[in-house]
Ligand binder design. Sequence first.
Ligand SMILES: [Zn+2]
Length: 431
Amino acid sequence: MAARLPQTPLSVGVVRLVGATLIDGTGCPPLADSEVELVDGVIAYAGPRRAAVSSVSSVSSAPSIDLTGAFLMPGFVDAHVHLSMVPGDPETQRSRFAEEHVLETASVLRTTLLAGVTTARDLDGLTPGYRDAIARGSAIGPRLHLAISMLSPTGGHADPVRPNGSLPAWAVRPGMPTPGVVDTDDDVIRTVRELMRMGADAIKVSTSGGVGSPTDDPADAGLPVEHVRLVARLTAERGGRPVTAHALTDAAVRVAVLGGAASIEHGYDLSDETIELMLQHGTVLVPTLSTLLRTLDPATTSPAALADREARQRRGLDSVRRAVAAGVPVALGTDAGVHPHGRNLAELARLVEVGLDPLAAIRAGTLGGARLLGLEEHLGTVEAGKQGDLVVTAVDPLESIGELADSAAVRMVLQAGRVVKDLDGRVPAAL
Ligand SMILES: [Zn+2]
């Protein structure tokens, strides 16, 4: 079974976008004065502007959008987000009604889409109702692939329980999925099958500890290799959903790669041997640099914590730079939720900082993500046959890629050919 394409309502009819410089997501050089034709939401033509449009049927009278002076790219894929994670005091959030959370999450979904992210993979915290509501057209947001919740041992990164048995406020917000705490083969089998029954598109495992979980540390081990293998076998039995691993240490990355994970989230302490192992297995790195490099407030952070953070950032950057230089495939992911929502394309400039050229960074944010999700047949490039997910900007990404961090720099967004953000930066009233 192929990966499920989360649908959004298709536009009906023919739309032509002419005159833009096309950066098609394949990594090929930009094409000036391009033409892209969408028929019923799907790309029918992408290439040099045609002198005379074929007189076949209605095409010649199709509405044409003049994008002269602008840049046209595929809709972006953020392969690591937490869209139900919103800023604010957790105790206050806990006292709210469930509907307030749902509506706030709906607002985050919209913000993310308008920033140019037409597809996102949520790796913990979002339940399938959001994905399905977007597919039905009752909310706007990125097409979604979901892990729903992640797997770790008791006391690991997925386990929110504090030493005294209590739960932190963020863990008991209404609508949060059940954490995937697994210690035995039976736990793994039941939890993975339950996630697949709920409609998970990917399974996320933690092979290291994490930052911010109550009782573990990034250096701690998470799921052992036998359990990662078991997860990979269980997903293979039911349609082949990708397994992805939160892994902060070199040992954790090895466990994930040897266990069959398709991708590594973070990967901040890679040895050259492990990079070699990733190359052998074709493992993708999602370095979430926006989150690694975020600045902490010196007013509320201890000097020791700030120094520790700086050391982690240096190690992380060095690790990712060596992986990129060695040729490990990269997909764009931000950890949005930790990183501010709606600034997803800030990651493009971060990817350039670690050695990708701007075209390769855009490819990591489009085709790279689509491949990781198993959706490259439908998404990730501007080519005939693919969904009409497109982003228009006046910013030249080869010159000023950092400016795309600001959602206002994304002038227009189309999803399945439907304009969800118009050239004035507004959501059309019909949505
Ligand atoms: Zn995350």
